[in-house]
Design a protein around this ligand. Sequence first.
Ligand code: PLP
Length: 398
Amino acid sequence: MLTLAPRMSRAQPSAIMEIALNAKRLAAQGRDIISFSIGVPNFLPGDHVYQAARDALEHDSGQYGSNRGPEALLDAWLGSLERAGVSGYGRENVATGVGAKHVLFNVLYALIEEGDEVLIPTPYWTSYVDMLDVLGAKNVFLPCSAEQSYKLRPEQLAAAITPKTRVFMFNNPSNPTGMVYTKEEIAALAAELVKHDIWILSDDIYREMIYDGIGWHHLVQAEPKLRDRVIIIDSISKTYGMPGWRVGFVAGPEIIAKACVTLNSTAITNLPEVVNAAAAAALSGPQDVTRGKCEEFSARRDKVLESFSRIDGMTCPRPHGAFYAFPNISFAFGRKHRGVVLTDDVAVCKAMLDSVGVACVPGSAFGDPEGMRISYTCKEHELPDGLARIERFFGELD
Ligand code: PLP
């Protein structure tokens, strides 16, 4: 019988997508479902973005384009990085891809040999591990509990780095916890990292979604010597409400950008002209839609925390960014809901979907089975209703 390559036995579809699809399926069957499962921003970009796309269509060349990305798009992104306080990168340091996911895959593909050690703080974004598994990496998990606000401490990093460590995965603000590292915390991690010759993959795609004036601080700002090992990942998906347009970026040492350009040449050639023009307009045009959404999400975050504080036994470190909260739900394990024993996070999320029609993602999908992720970008009226249902669900535990 003809078979697949052995690496495919390690590949699996995104667990988050599966749950989101299940929620959609139930809704299509007529069930009253509120989905807090998928991390989509749920807003559309400003008119200028659509106008740029229409203009590009008018002048479409219909031809293949640059493997790196057109200069106008590269410059628009470099401008946005500079506005965020990260400067000193040129076109030779950057490349585009089909969303941050593709760029991440390109970078990991370029760096990882089977058996290489990769440090991953948990909870982590599910796809990191999906990608690393396919590539045969040895994943080393660094557990960051709710008590430490899900943030990695420098001493954990120091204890985990070995001569075999190749890559450290860092995501700030974090999906799934919404945690944001302070300037001091970033400086402390940078001071440890600078002692080691390892690649640092900094996934910054939520950098514009930060609340409470904490600000976004970066490892390369804290320690410029890290520039030769930090790889910055970014995307228009979350910042501009454009996840379906599929544009992502990488910045780093020239060899990294060049590797991504080569892999683009091998696998995709280029992003479409219309998409490039829309992305450039989003990055360099007015930022008011993003700012407005950030304020709105911060107010929603408050509502989520207020609601969770009314649930006996639940703890939820205060998220300062992205649009997620990650409460610890282990108080419910072993208890019963309408006669069903809730053995673990998956059982809790399943019972919640079955009984009150709310879809959340079990923490085990992110490497932390004591938690559950809620993404609060749903339609406005759904948030109070969904939160009330969650409160009711946990209020019914025996
Ligand atoms: N990185 C993180 C932390 C994410 O949460 C996501 C999407 O959810 C991505 C990367 C992928 O983003 P993109 O839509 O640009 O592929």
